[in-house]
Ligand binder design. Structure first.
Ligand SMILES: [Zn+2]
Length: 94
């Protein structure tokens, strides 16, 4: 099962989204820090803006967010090995 479909350069409405200085690669690179609130105002706002426009990154962010909540709810500091392997698979595919 694919979780976030095929990567796309356009959003649902078909607009091509170009964010100066911030592409998908950079967003994904800082995604975890962003979700951990380790990124400050301006940079966080730019990532947020990208996520609003980019379905691929948004899906990825949602996935990571849910995962973090799940892990947190389970009271564990680390995800189970099976889950980590699954994430790694997905990340490698991206
Ligand atoms: Zn993106």
């Amino acid at each position: 099962m694919r979780i976030w479909g095929a990567p796309s350069l356009s959003n649902r409405k078909g607009h091509i989204v170009v964010e100066p200085g911030l592409n998908c690669e950079e967003v994904l690179k800082h995604l975890m820090a962003y979700l951990d609130h380790e990124i400050d105002g301006d940079a966080a706002a730019r990532i947020e803006h990208h996520l609003e426009a980019c379905r691929g990154c948004f899906s990825r962010a949602e996935f990571e967010r849910h995962l973090k909540e799940h892990v947190h709810a389970a009271g564990a500091q680390t995800a189970p090995a099976s889950l980590r392997a699954r994430i790694k698979q997905i990340v490698d595919k991206f």
